[in-house]
Design a protein around this ligand. Structure first.
Ligand code: MIG
Length: 724
């Protein structure tokens, strides 16, 4: 029997079997009024043996399928298959079916588009017209689930209703919009201090340094290695004076070692996941070696884990980075014993090394699927195999921390990053796109993922700039930094086995070009910060494929360029040795702009359509839409040093244009876009004369100095300086 309900107009939610509450919906479906429902035409549902369901939708010849959050491949998912089952996947190649996050929301793009969200925490597979081109088939492997069908006239309406149903995006403090530098790992105090001082010495704006697993003692979560970091509070407070904050990585695997307090405590309280065969706690090996995994599905366990973060805050960490929470499992003792029968070079009981981990990866021992049948969670008081709720593990781990950070000071925003994710988690944490490679193809993938993830509600996202595995080249670092300067999460991060790729790691020219892009990001901070928060609050993506705002672009689905906010079209150069690229501008008037360390300046009008645009190594093709006003400021060395009175505005309009510049403290939480303290700037051109106005909202008026560069679609340019 099908029943339906929904708190949102034009959204029908159907319930099948006995769904597990995942937290994806803002309001629990248990509180809704359910009535007998009928699936619409073009959608059919059949049960599968031994359990689960198959749901089919008809696809018209020209229909596209967009969404599905984190995946490898084009923004148009049609013609591909996907297996949404959270996986530690270190090689992102076209045949990869599962990634860290599982985001079962998609939109069939056509005249009357339809949004589909499957709320099921176990495996969901999607055959988007690959096997049979006229059908999209979604298979839900385990038990019950909710199916939400969203109708509307445009993809924009559907995406907004999906957000109304599942909640608006996480908004971090302002400093998280700055540049982040990371590496696996800055291993000791002097290496961290040296990164910090090089940032300032080389005049590179930066707000955050990430600390990867080597800061821990023997990879024991919630510990600090005192030899490498004798005085973390001093280190963090020294860096803070320079506007730099530290983030610490945390893994879910708790080293199973007697005497280690987190392990003993968790064990004594029965907080770890149990083996499915009833023989005690489940043990899987990760970086610390054999480890136990907290049962984050239990509220008491989440509370316990959430409180464990507090001492790390006392060490001075400003935010947290949850890794390995698919969860990744290198091996279990049983699987290792089986495997050990085939090789003899390792000591089964005592050996844990990188060489071993690599061999285990090669032999398929790492992340073996059967591990997820070997342990259970407590869901609503019942033991449920991990497989059935698998895609929620990382989200539950992240919820533990989010709840704790939010409870500590409900008035403040916090920074939290997670590798694995599920819908709903977009409300309380950021994600990055995981272990990419220093491959040119992954610059293209970076753009595709920014677009798909933003459409799926995950707004604060970004990729490892420069690439994680493999060796970055100077040219690639420049091009990637130019791209990421427009991504919400802007972090340079590299693997242990990769060459150094900090902005200064190569040569003077590379350093200068990276500096320019990073400074441009900081010059654009008033636009990026304000526009991001506006998008997040008003249920819109921040990074948008052109199809989102321009219906005519839906047929093409270009996914090598994007809109950053409402006004700015970015067409990054993603190929080696390129001196330009093709750019598509939808109909309308466009202003080609130049990026520099001072932000953007107008260059010339650019006709719509497809055009080859020259772009030397120092340039990224950038264009402004008619009707835009972009607020900028002088690039500061970190967000805390940014001016709140002096702005530069770049306008492109024939009549009027507005922008909003937030003037909040960068960390206070506001419940709506309207309530943020801000200044609304507007420019107007009447009878050929320009004027500018500023109006304050939620904050006392202050003198503001505006330097304006004003362009019209007849190609005229004027400048104006005003105190308002
Ligand atoms: O097995 O902590 O994706 O960003 O540097 C590798 C070490 C574990 C995977 C993360 C990566 C991080 C790395 N981690």
């Amino acid at each position: 029997m099908v029943s339906s309900a929904s708190p949102i107009p034009s959204v029908s939610v159907f319930s099948f079997g006995n769904p597990i509450e995942t937290g994806a919906f803002v309001q629990s479906p248990k509180t809704w009024t359910w009535t007998k429902g009928v699936l619409p035409a073009g959608c059919s549902l059949t049960p599968r043996e031994p359990k689960g369901f198959s749901i089919k939708f008809d696809l018209g010849e020209r229909d596209a399928v967009v969404g599905l959050g984190q995946h490898v491949g084009p923004v148009n998912c049609r013609g591909n298959t996907f297996r949404l089952f959270s996986t530690d996947c270190p090689v992102h190649i076209p045949s990869l079916r599962s990634m860290y996050g599982a985001h079962p929301f998609m939109v069939i793009l056509r005249d009357k588009p339809i949004g589909i969200f499957i709320d099921a925490p176990g495996e969901v597979s999607v055959d988007a017209g690959a096997s049979t081109s006229e059908t999209i088939e979604i298979k839900v492997t385990n038990g019950g689930f909710y199916l939400a069908l969203i109708t509307g006239d445009t993809v924009k309406e559907i995406a907004a209703k999906y957000i109304a149903l599942t909640g608006t995006s996480f908004i971090p403090p302002k400093w998280a919009f700055g540049f982040h530098q990371s590496r696996w790992s800055y291993e000791n105090e002097s290496s961290v201090r040296s990164i910090a001082s090089k940032m300032r010495e080389h005049d590179i704006p930066c707000d955050v340094i990430h600390m990867d697993i080597h800061y821990m003692q023997d990879y024991k979560v919630f510990t600090v290695n005192k030899e490498r970091f004798p005085d973390m509070p001093k280190l963090s407070s020294d860096l803070k004076k320079d506007g730099l904050r530290l983030i610490s990585i945390l893994d879910p695997g708790v080293k199973a070692e007697d005497g280690y307090s987190v392990y003993e405590d968790g064990k004594n309280q029965g907080f770890f996941c149990k083996r499915a065969d009833g023989k005690g706690d489940f043990i899987g090996a990760v970086w610390p070696g054999p480890s136990a995994f907290p049962d984050f599905f239990r509220e008491d366990v989440r509370k316990w884990w959430g409180d464990l973060y507090k001492p790390l805050k006392a060490e001075g960490f400003a935010g947290f980075w949850n890794d390995m929470n698919e969860p990744s499992i290198f091996y279990t003792p049983d699987a290792f014993k089986e495997f050990a029968k085939t090789i003899h070079r390792f000591d089964v009981e005592n050996d844990f090394s990188e060489a071993l981990a690599n061999t285990l990866w090669d032999k398929g021992v790492v992340n073996k699927e059967s591990y997820y049948d070997d342990f259970t969670h407590t869901v609503d008081g019942e033991q449920v195999p991990n497989r059935e709720v698998h895609n929620l593990f990382g989200t539950q781990m992240t919820k533990a921390v989010a709840d704790s950070l939010a409870a500590e000071d409900p008035t403040k925003r916090y920074f939290l990053l997670s590798r694995s994710s599920y819908p709903g988690m977009h409300r309380y944490a950021a994600i990055w796109t995981g272990d990419n490679h220093s491959w040119w193809e992954h610059l293209s993938l970076n753009i595709q993922q920014l677009i798909s993830l933003n459409l799926t509600g995950f707004l604060f996202v970004g990729a490892d700039t420069g690439g994680f595995s493999g060796d970055c080249t100077p040219e690639m670092l420049v091009r990637w930094t130019q791209l990421s300067a427009f991504a919400p999460f802007f972090r340079n991060h590299a693997a242990m086995w990769a060459k150094n790729q900090e902005p200064w790691a190569f040569d003077e020219k590379t350093l200068a070009l990276c500096r320019t892009s990073i400074k441009m990001r900081y010059a654009l901070m008033p636009y990026i910060y304000s526009e991001f928060i506006r998008s997040a609050s008003l249920e819109e993506p921040f990074i948008r494929g052109l199809f989102y705002d321009h219906k005519e672009a839906a047929d093409r689905l270009d996914d090598d360029q994007f809109l950053c906010g409402r006004s700015l079209l970015v067409a990054p150069v993603v190929k080696a040795a390129a001196h330009g690229r093709m750019v598509y501008l939808p109909s309308g008037s466009w202003l080609k702009v130049q990026g520099s360390e001072n932000g953007l300046t107008g260059e010339r009008l650019q006709a719509s359509g497809d055009t080859y645009i020259e772009a030397s190594i120092s340039e990224t093709p950038l264009f402004l839409k008619l009707g835009s006003l972009i607020p900028m400021t002088d690039p500061a060395s970190h967000t805390g040093a940014e001016s709140s009175t002096n702005f530069r505005l770049l306008a492109f309009t024939d009549s009027t244009a507005q922008c909003e510049i937030l003037l909040d403290d960068g960390e206070t939480k506001y419940s709506s876009w309207e309530s943020y303290p801000k200044v609304l700037c507007s420019v107007a051109k009447t009878n050929g004369k320009w004027s500018a106005l500023a109006r304050f909202q939620g904050v006392a008026p202050r003198p503001i100095f505006l330097e304006l560069e004003l362009w019209s679609s007849d190609g005229t340019r004027e400048t104006l300086s005003v105190n308002v």
